[in-house]
Write a protein that binds this ligand. Structure first.
Ligand SMILES: Cc1cc2nc3c(=O)[nH]c(=O)nc-3n(C[C@H](O)[C@H](O)[C@H](O)COP(=O)(O)OP(=O)(O)OC[C@H]3O[C@@H](n4cnc5c(N)ncnc54)[C@H](O)[C@@H]3O)c2cc1C
Ligand SMILES: NC(=O)c1ccc[n+]([C@@H]2O[C@H](COP(=O)([O-])OP(=O)(O)OC[C@H]3O[C@@H](n4cnc5c(N)ncnc54)[C@H](O)[C@@H]3O)[C@@H](O)[C@H]2O)c1
Length: 463
């Protein structure tokens, strides 16, 4: 065994929270190392958020071009060159990796490329990517391992070598018919994008609706939007088996309420949720306990069962968003410097980058009902928003929840153009504790999408 090297802060995984913690600790003078097996900067800039949003924007351009005539621009025959789509995306990812390396260098944190495994409490052995091993110990250890796509236990699926988001976002050819297993975030964003590039796309979802966490009016709007673009959606099905090989020919047999059906496709994408990267790396040896789903068990301060060991991001069971992994960093760094920050009562917003996007902060109607919280609900169709008329993007609606007996905003959902930006305006009001009347009565620039918040909150039923 190599001689152990000691660090004041040792971080496993260069994800969002892990890298910020490393840079922060190193800059404040602590000897810090990060061990990363592959993705410099984690999955967001390499394989997940940013590459997907990059390709989704290429698909948006394709959609603009397909409908250019509507806006008065005359085009001839058009086609999507997936090699160029890939080239733009790869260029962005390479730039990000270079920037991350500069930030590592400037911070003084050592980035060690290799796979970590615990061999004793607070002690890891790293199998270096360049060969050889190093043994590292940390006075404090943070674990930021992330997740990978779950491959459901369906006969023939694994043997079909299905695509996950990682492989799909690396394809430089267009699938002729892409079968998408799962109608959640990954499935919906990528199904729409590949449809716009020109693939035939079929979504197969076990649940009764798309985006299962959302209210039924929201998911009905999503469904209509996707079907209008020619995406075929199968809901409430049981997948029986998969045959063939993704990239060549693949068939999926499913049980539906109308009987058994088979879909023949060229490729299959698995987008059926995530599995934490917590197995086989000696977390038991480190004294780090997992919960029943295999995520690292943490308290509100993100402390694990092992003293001096924290967990960050998806592997810690935090909501699966980059901005949450970043907030996990803020919790840990605050607590390491005498603060008392917790993840309790965090207001976690999100935006699904379908087009138009779906954004939410706070409660949905169904959640309010489940929690027995009485609310007043205001709705406004996006078609009523003047800005939406100017850009011919009138699909969707806004919905706000306000406490029944007061003026506190409890939730906001929007499906429509610029939903993420409009939602953030409402989130800011919620964080400031501003009554809904503050937004209702504000002067908001005309014509913006956020201007419609005045009309939305004016629609609220009286107490
Ligand atoms: C297709 C897709 C699109 C998404 N889009 C969005 C979006 O638009 N917005 C959003 O907020 N979220 C999005 N997400 C979710 C988001 O990517 C994650 O929540 C986010 O990256 C946070 O991850 P993390 O910090 O927990 O871990 P990660 O960033 O995954 O980092 C974990 C790191 O640990 C490394 N690692 C694992 N095991 C070891 C080991 N034993 N030794 C060394 N290194 C190891 C991994 O290589 C990885 O780099 C998307 C997810 C997917 C799949
Ligand atoms: N824009 C964003 O912020 C963004 C984008 C992509 C992913 N993400 C994050 O990544 C997480 C993972 O995304 P995801 O889409 O993999 O998971 P998800 O949980 O959002 O959706 C998975 C879907 O697959 C369905 N499913 C499960 N097993 C199935 C099966 N055997 N056959 C058919 N359908 C099946 C589920 O019912 C569910 O609807 C998300 O929850 C989200 O937090 C965020």
């Amino acid at each position: 065994m190599s001689q152990p090297e000691h660090f004041e802060m040792l971080i496993i995984g260069s994800g969002e929270g892990g890298k910020y913690l490393a840079w922060h600790m190193a800059k404040s003078g602590r000897r810090t190392a990060v061990v990363e097996r592959k993705l410099i900067g984690g999955s967001c800039p390499n394989t997940n958020c940013l590459p997907s949003k990059n390709e989704i924007w290429s698909a948006k351009v394709a959609d603009f071009v397909h409908h250019a005539g509507r806006f008065g621009t005359v085009t001839g025959p058009t086609a999507t060159d997936m090699k160029q789509v890939q080239a733009r995306k790869r260029g962005m990812v390479e730039d990000m990796i270079a920037k991350h390396l500069e930030l590592y260098k400037a911070s003084g944190a050592e980035l060690i490329m290799g796979t970590a495994r615990f061999i004793a409490p607070k002690t890891i052995e790293v199998e270096l990517n360049d060969g050889g091993t190093r043994v590292l110990t940390g006075e404090r250890v943070a674990i930021n391992l992330g997740t990978h796509a779950t491959i459901p236990d369906i006969p023939g699926l694994a043997a079909a070598a299905p695509l996950t988001n990682v492989e799909l976002l690396e394809l430089d050819r267009l699938p002729e018919h892409l079968i998408v297993l799962g109608g959640g975030y990954v499935g919906l964003e990528l199904a729409q994008a590949y449809r716009r590039f020109g693939s035939r796309v079929s979504i197969v979802e076990t649940g009764p609706q798309l985006a299962g966490r959302e209210d039924s009016d929201v998911t009905a709007a999503l469904l209509e939007m996707l079907r209008d673009e020619g995406v075929v959606v199968h809901l409430g099905v049981k997948v029986l088996r998969v045959e063939g090989r993704s990239g060549q020919a693949v068939s999926l047999q499913m049980r539906t309420s109308a009987g058994d059906q088979t879909i023949e496709g060229s490729d299959i994408l698995v987008a059926a949720g995530r599995t934490p990267n917590t197995s086989g790396i000696g977390l038991d040896i480190a004294g780090v306990t997992l919960d029943e789903r295999g995520y690292i068990a943490v308290n509100d301060r993100l402390e694990t069962s092992a003293p001096g060991v924290w967990a960050i991001g998806e592997a810690a069971g935090s909501p699966q968003f980059t901005h949450v992994s970043f907030d996990d960093f803020r919790i840990i760094s605050a607590n390491l410097t005498g603060g008392n920050r917790t993840k309790r009562d965090r207001l976690v917003p999100y935006c699904m980058f379908t087009d138009p996007p779906l954004a939410r902060v706070g409660l949905s109607e169904a959640e309010a009902q489940r929690q027995g919280i009485a609310v007043r609900v205001a709705k406004l169709p996006v078609a009523a928003v003047l800005r939406a008329q100017t850009i011919s993007e009138t699909r969707g609606f806004m919905k706000a929840l306000v406490e029944a007996g007061g003026e506190r905003i409890l939730g906001f959902t929007m499906i429509g153009a610029e939903a993420g930006e409009v939602m953030t305006v409402v989130q800011a009001a919620m964080l400031a504790g501003m009554p809904y009347t503050g937004l209702r009565d504000a002067i908001i620039a005309h014509p913006t999408m956020a201007e419609a918040l005045g009309a939305l909150f004016s629609n609220l039923p009286a107490r």
